[in-house]
Design a protein around this ligand. Sequence first.
Ligand SMILES: [Ca+2]
Ligand SMILES: [Ca+2]
Ligand SMILES: [Ca+2]
Length: 254
Amino acid sequence: MTHRVMGSALALSAAVGPCAAQQAFVQPTVATVGWDRFAPDSAYLAWDFFFVASGGNSPDLGRYPNPLPTGWQPDVVETSGFGFVTATGNIYGLAGPTDFEVTIPSYGLGEGMTRVLVQLKTLGTELDYDSVRLDGKAPAEVRELYRFHLGPPQQGGGDDVETLFRFDLAGNASEYTLTFNAAEASMSLDIVAVDTWVAACPADLTGDGRVDTNDFFAFLSIYQAGDPLADFTGDGEVDTNDFFAFLGAYQQGC
Ligand SMILES: [Ca+2]
Ligand SMILES: [Ca+2]
Ligand SMILES: [Ca+2]
């Protein structure tokens, strides 16, 4: 069983190649989530090859700022003890469901809000999607980005799945902790990508560093469309409370 699963993972790696690993991960832009990757007060941390399941994994796929600020130690740690690193550099749990803890350094500027995009790619068994939390908080949005059926589970198949989780948190801290679990044994954690953005003025929806009527009309547009980004209260619903929450942020300005 072990041999078959590992063989399958190796065959997949050979077929896909190390550079074509993520099919549908998104890059944040002002138009879609409020900021462009590599914008000031944003960070990007991405892992593809893990070295040790018990931690000490620095982001190999991407990092911003680069070099990372002094004191930043992003890490991905498997905490159940079931996880081990495969030949392809994924973290896999054969004997039981794996649990993960990701340390995410950020800018602790104090006021405003922090928006975090987490993108996870798994092979085989899937995540327990309800387990994904940032500092204990549930995501404001969960979106499946990609799914490819690898084959029957009994032959080490399952699915290749990429999922995006968006979190909105009041204020901003110098570090966040992301936790998530596999639904059952035989999940292979392939890629973890995290984008963070500290917004000193959350009502600046156009991303130009100012709060003006353009932001008001931008809010009206996403509010009327029921866009999840209009959920200013972060309760998963878009309703009049969000309108008043936006008004408050709008009057506060930057
Ligand atoms: Ca990988
Ligand atoms: Ca603006
Ligand atoms: Ca709301």
